[in-house]
Every structure is written in structure tokens, then in C-alpha cells.
Design a protein around this ligand. Structure first.
Ligand code: IPE
Ligand code: IPE
Ligand code: MG
Ligand code: MG
Ligand code: MG
Length: 299
């Protein structure tokens, strides 16, 4: 079910991706005096490519709320740093033990496990420094730190990763358990992209709630698509190995309910997401297109 993204989204995505990719190394380089190997290892994973979905969503959400992408750029870079850290750690031998990411050997394969752990630590902490330092309105900066910490910490992504590992080869599982894992390991961080953009643009409470509903639905759909791509995707396009989840005994949507039911669950979530932001009208169009991309993506 291949549906190319709309030309308009393609163009906006590319422009925003280039803005994020121009800024990311500047934030890393801003500290003149830190170990060269650490810098290399951080930049190796951060600048390896990747879709930049989360930072682009931050910028699109800010614009959909009437804000400027420039004001949202620190938050966009921060979430990409947190996401990249999560990938570096996710790939470690103690976790998913992967050797290919974003089309390159994984961080620990190149720099060793200790440096990969530390580069991840450094990306995570730098993210919060970037928000605190570069978002001009300090009360907005504090709200953004709270959103991102909540989404990525022991209530969010880290909790989801713990549950993901605990569910490996665990036998009997329910769809509720699986949904809980996916919402936390992937959904919450993706959702925070939307609320970060909204907060920077000073969106009102109802709009933030609508963005959060959209983000939670798209976030879960995104991980269902990731599970499907592990079974059906092309490693060349994905830049990572496929057929890994079954070998690792991961609890995934296709393994629990089958590919067809997984796809229709994702379709339902994308409808729910689009419905949540229908009140935004024309301004929400790029987010609607983005939701469709998540459903049809092949990378
Ligand atoms: C991969 O995320 C990890 C998941 C949460 C499923 P992405 O598919 O967004 O990876 P990149 O950033 O494009 O490499
Ligand atoms: C990713 O889940 C969740 C993270 C928080 C990184 P996966 O383990 O399925 O992601 P991939 O398939 O390795 O990218
Ligand atoms: Mg994992
Ligand atoms: Mg993994
Ligand atoms: Mg996966």
C-alpha cells in the first residue's frame, strides 16, 4: 500500500529537515572544550540522516498554531537529540543488539559500548540545555523541558523500553499490554513533538489537547508501522536490519494479531488523529498529510 507523500508536504519536510540538520551540529559545537571522541561519536549518530520526523513535526505544529519555525528550532533539535540517544542505546548489545542504523554501522560497533552509552547520555542532557538556553521565553522553556522529560523519562520512553525488554520471550500477552508498551516506548515522545511545537507558538489549552490526541494516535500508529516494516520492509530503504523482532522474541503487533489486523489498527489510529485536529482547518493540512505518510511509509 504505497502512497507517496503529497508534493507540498515533501517540500516543507525537506526545508525543515535542512534547517534542523544545519542547526544540530552548531549546538554540539557550541561547547569548545569537550572530548573529541565524544563529539565524534555524538555527531556520528546525530548526523547520520534519518527522517527527522519528530523535529519536523515540532516545526509543523508550531506553524499550524500560528507560530514561526525559527522559535521552535531549539525544541526541534532537542527532540531529535533525545530520539537519537534512544536509538544509540536501543541498539546496544544489552538491548536490541543491532549493528546497522540509519544506513551505517551502529554507534557501539564504531566507538565501542562505553562511548555509545556516554554519547547517548551526552545527547540526552544536551537536549535539555538547548531548550533552557535557546528558548527565549523562560516559562515556555520550562514547560517544554517538562513535556520532553515526561515523554522520554521513567513515565515515557524509558518505561516503554523496560517493558519491551521484559516482554521478550515472555509468552502469553494481551493487546492491551502491547499497546501500553508501544504508547510509552514510541508514542509519548512522538506526541511531545506536537505539544512542544504548540507550546512554543503559545497555543491555547484546547489546541494543545487536540495536538496531544493527534500525537498519541500517530505515535502508536508509527510504532505499528515500524513493527510491520520489520517483517515486510526493505533494509536498504530502512537503513536498518529487518526480520529482527521475531528472532529476538519481541512482542509486536504483527506477531500478536497478524499483519492485516495491524494495518487496520494503524488505519483507525490515523483517522482518529486527523479527526482530532479537524478544527485547525487549512492550517492543519501538513499534519494531516504527515499522518497519511506514517501509514504508507516504507522507511
Ligand atoms: C525508529 O524511529 C525507532 C522507533 C521509534 C520506531 P525512526 O523510524 O523515526 O528512525 P529515524 O530517525 O528515521 O532513523
Ligand atoms: C524503538 O523500538 C523504540 C525506541 C525507543 C528506540 P524498536 O526497537 O522497534 O526500534 P528499531 O526497530 O530498533 O528502530
Ligand atoms: Mg527496541
Ligand atoms: Mg530496536
Ligand atoms: Mg522496530
Amino acid at each position: 500500500m504505497e502512497a507517496p507523500m503529497t508534493a507540498a508536504l515533501d517540500e516543507q519536510w525537506k526545508a525543515h529537515r535542512l534547517r534542523v540538520e544545519a542547526q544540530l551540529p552548531l549546538y554540539v559545537a557550541a561547547h569548545a572544550d569537550f572530548p573529541e571522541t565524544l563529539r565524534e561519536s555524538m555527531l556520528y549518530s546525530l548526523m547520520a540522516g534519518g527522517k527527522r520526523l519528530r523535529p519536523v513535526l515540532v516545526l509543523l505544529a508550531a506553524e499550524a498554531c500560528g507560530g514561526q519555525w525559527q522559535e521552535a528550532l531549539p525544541a526541534a533539535c532537542a527532540i531529535e537529540m533525545v530520539h537519537t540517544y534512544s536509538l544509540v542505546h536501543d541498539d546496544l548489545p544489552a538491548m536490541d543488539d543491532d549493528d546497522l542504523r540509519r544506513g551505517r554501522p551502529t554507534n557501539h560497533v564504531v566507538y565501542g559500548e562505553a562511548m555509545a552509552v556516554l554519547a547517548g547520555d551526552a545527547l540526552l542532557t544536551l537536549a535539555f540545555e538547548v531548550i533552557a538556553q535557546h528558548i527565549a521565553d523562560k516559562s515556555v522553556a520550562a514547560e517544554c523541558c517538562l513535556d520532553l522529560a515526561n515523554a522520554s523519562g521513567p513515565l515515557g520512553m524509558v518505561a516503554g523500553q523496560v517493558a519491551d525488554l521484559a516482554a521478550e520471550h515472555a509468552g502469553e500477552a494481551t493487546v492491551e499490554q502491547l499497546e501500553h508498551i508501544h504508547r510509552r516506548k514510541t508514542g509519548r515522545l512522538l506526541c511531545s513533538a506536537l505539544t512542544l511545537g504548540g507550546r512554543v507558538a503559545k497555543a491555547d489549552t484546547d489546541t494543545l489537547l487536540a495536538l496531544a490526541r493527534y500525537g498519541n494516535a500517530v505515535g502508536l500508529a508509527f510504532q505499528i508501522a515500524d513493527d510491520l516494516l520489520d517483517v515486510q520492509g526493505d533494509p536498504q530503504k530502512l537503513g536498518k536490519q529487518t526480520q529482527k523482532d521475531a528472532t529476538a522474541g519481541k512482542l509486536t503487533y504483527p506477531s500478536l494479531i497478524g499483519a492485516e489486523a495491524s494495518r487496520s489498527k494503524a488505519e483507525g489510529l490515523i483517522k482518529e488523529a486527523c479527526q482530532a485536529i479537524s478544527g485547525m482547518g487549512k492550517k492543519g493540512k501538513p499534519l494531516i498529510d504527515m499522518a497519511q505518510f506514517v501509514l504508507s511509509r516504507d522507511h
